[in-house]
Ligand binder design. Structure first.
Ligand SMILES: Cc1cc2nc3c(=O)[nH]c(=O)nc-3n(C[C@H](O)[C@H](O)[C@H](O)COP(=O)(O)OP(=O)(O)OC[C@H]3O[C@@H](n4cnc5c(N)ncnc54)[C@H](O)[C@@H]3O)c2cc1C
Length: 636
């Protein structure tokens, strides 16, 4: 049985109790401890900067050429916090409840409550750093709404919230680099985790410029390496985002939780060509003012302006009158798919619905709409050539976020002692569906507040023998890494890494995407191992392993996606209920909503690697709901 180490006491006091009970490291002793943080996105930069500031010796790794390029920079819409500045009924408890319900009761209550509590500190921290959140005329911080809630608790910096938060975390990190507490390793990719006596004691990396394989030892390893939506090939994530760090840790014994819980975001620019390699998000904040509709008639190819008001179906507003266009993402995505499957989709391939700002422009004026969303309208115009101030945007769901990730306990420690996981890389607090603007909140809660308490507790309460990179575990792990790279380069097949990735992505999207069925998942489970086999025979990489070689980098990451995709389908096929983003067509209510099966699936599924070609073992963390009683979600 997995022990989540949830503290005792009423939920409101658990984090305080936990922090009080945790052991501390004397300031003078902190410099004796070394900590590796892999990742310098919001979660990693925040953790590295804070631990450095506390006085630990931190080494921070990133495959990017600067922390400012982490995928976190792409976040547009905002970050939630229960500040209740609007006096509209918000509270820590309401944010907690919305998040548990939004995740369709598949998240751990204790973690979610802590997240809601810490949300208050995050805004204060970022304002103190100078993050330029939007303000109202009187100077107070402004907020807006995101899906699945009825209050306005989302703080934002135009459509660049992630970028501004990342600049805050980056400058905190730079301060520690200058102070000598943090050493930054850029263009350095983790390819394995080193385990000594059952504990994580270091990593093996590849220098992406020279190809050198290097070993790094420490007392603790923190992974903050982001999510794995790129398993679908086409996603809103940065092209380089991948699963290698958490997958290699999984292969070393860290359990992987809920791998099939992925988020398909409803408002992305539709695919326009088979050759496309990336999908672009249009922030959910647009649903504050944009109205979603399709023609009532099937196969209606008239231009939007020619479809009269009474010929339009504002399907979210009519089906979900309480939440309207601001239903949670899983609900909005499924409904978009449904109307397109009925033949009522718009645009060149019929794979789109309108997001229309005509009413908002009429009500608020063009300048007010431009002020709020201008940069998003610019992105849209640059990609589609259409002016969304005069014609409605076309949007369609796309892979965006992964709720699954490495299993962690309340301390954010994985099942490998000494291996902590933060941000999107862990299985997080979002259950089966993440509410908008909650990922930045979770990443920064993990990085600025939770890891800086729990990592020192581990250091203070664990007797660690000195270990250096000459230890045999490092030599053996580095040899395995070298062999794997050499095997990839030695393949002299005919297919490019991208061609395998594209094919894999389509299998996962078709069978483990917005809707899943037993038959489809079994088809995918038959095809993925075949494709993996083809990859290991027919791959061709141009260039060698002792130079900058992006083909090799890609191939190495795709080799992990080819394994992860299978685990996602295994997880999805075993969970015969629908919940949140995991929609099993066999399990739906008469209205077509996700139908949970609490009697059989009220648990986190955590999978254990059992070796190549072996079935993974399932471990369960039972979920209990004491504070937010289990109920069928309704946004009507
Ligand atoms: C387009 C878009 C818009 C979004 N908008 C919002 C929003 O408005 N609000 C919200 O709450 N969330 C939003 N999200 C989600 C949110 O941005 C992410 O979940 C969050 O930023 C992830 O942060 P992270 O620190 O966990 O990971 P990342 O920012 O992905 O950082 C990962 C880091 O790990 C490093 N790394 C990864 N693997 C390795 C390796 N093997 N070796 C070395 N280094 C490695 C990378 O170099 C990078 O530094 C959005 C996501 C997208 C795609």
């Amino acid at each position: 049985m997995l022990d989540a180490r949830i503290p005792s006491g009423p939920i409101q006091q658990q984090w305080d109790n936990c922090r009080f009970e945790m052991k501390l490291v004397n300031p003078a002793n902190r410099r004796k401890h070394s900590i590796i943080v892999v990742g310098s996105g919001l979660a990693g930069a925040a953790a590295a900067a804070t631990l450095g500031q506390q006085g630990y010796r931190v080494e921070c790794f990133s495959y990017h050429d600067t922390p400012r390029r982490a995928h976190s920079i792409a976040a547009q819409g905002g970050i939630n916090a229960a500040k209740n500045y609007r006096n509209d009924g918000d509270s820590v408890f309401r944010l907690f409840k919305d998040t548990v319900k939004g995740g369709d009761f598949r998240a751990r209550e204790a973690n979610v409550y802590r997240l809601a509590q810490i949300s208050l500190n995050i805004i204060d921290q970022c304002v103190a750093q100078g993050v330029p959140f939007a303000r109202e005329y009187g100077g107070l911080l402004d907020t807006r709404s995101f899906g699945g809630v009825q209050v306005q608790r989302t703080f934002y910096a135009r459509g660049q919230t992630g970028q501004q938060l990342l600049l805050g975390a980056y400058q905190a990190l730079e301060e520690q680099i200058a102070a000598g507490t943090v050493a930054l390793h850029i263009r350095s990719e983790l390819l394995d985790v080193v385990i000594v006596d059952g504990r994580a004691r270091g990593i093996v990396t590849r220098d992406l410029v020279t190809g050198h394989i290097e070993c790094h030892a420490a007392d603790v390893v923190v992974l903050a390496t982001g999510g794995y939506s790129n398993v679908f090939y086409l996603s809103t994530n940065a092209k380089a985002s991948n699963c290698t760090a958490i997958w290699r840790a999984y292969r070393r014994g860290a359990l992987f939780a809920n791998p099939c819980f992925t988020q398909i975001h409803p408002t992305c620019i539709p695919l326009s060509s088979e050759h496309q390699s990336k999908l672009t998000l249009m922030s959910e904040s647009l649903r504050n003012d944009g109205r979603v509709w399709v023609p009532k008639k099937k196969g209606d190819t008239r231009a939007a302006k020619d479809v009269l008001e009474n010929e339009r179906d504002y399907y979210l507003e009519s089906r979900y009158p309480s939440f309207g266009n601001l239903v949670p993402r899983d609900v909005a995505s499924r409904n978009a798919k449904e109307v397109c499957d009925e033949g009522r989709g718009v645009g060149p391939h019929g794979q789109g619905v309108y997001l229309d700002f005509a009413d908002a422009i009429h009500r608020l004026g063009l300048e007010a709409v431009r002020e709020k969303y201008g940069n998003l309208f610019d992105i849209y115009e640059r990609i589609t050539g259409e002016d969304a101030y005069t014609v409605p945007m076309r949007i369609y769901p796309a892979p965006h976020y992964t709720m699954g990730g490495l299993w962690v306990d309340y301390h954010l420690m994985s099942t490998i002692p000494g291996l902590f996981v933060g941000g999107e890389a862990n299985f997080s607090d979002h259950g089966a569906n993440r509410l908008g603007a909650s990922a930045l909140m979770q990443g920064l809660a993990d990085g600025y507040f939770i890891l800086p308490s729990t990592v020192p507790d581990y250091l203070a309460s664990t007797a660690l023998d000195p270990v250096d990179v000459w230890h045999e575990a490092f030599t053996a792990t580095a040899a395995e890494v070298r062999d794997r790279i050499a095997a990839l380069v030695a393949l002299k097949g005919k297919r490019s890494p991208d061609s395998f990735h594209r094919e894999l992505g389509k299998i996962v999207w078709d069978n483990c995407g917005m809707a899943r069925s037993d038959a489809g998942l079994r088809k995918a489970l038959a095809r993925i191992p075949e494709l993996r086999d083809e990859f290991w025979h027919d791959l061709r990489i141009v260039g060698g392993d002792d130079e900058l070689n992006q083909g090799l980098e890609k191939a190495n990451r795709i080799s992990d996606f080819l394994e992860l995709a299978e685990l996602m389908c295994i997880d999805a096929v075993h969970r015969t209920e629908s919940c949140g983003g995991h929609f099993r067509v066999e399990s739906q209510t008469p209205e077509g909503e996700a139908k949970r099966d609490d009697a059989h699936f009220s648990y986190t599924a955590a999978w254990e690697w059992k070796g190549s070609g072996q079935a993974p073992a399932l471990h369960k963390e039972p979920l209990t709901f004491e504070y937010v009683p289990l109920s069928q979600r309704s946004y009507k």
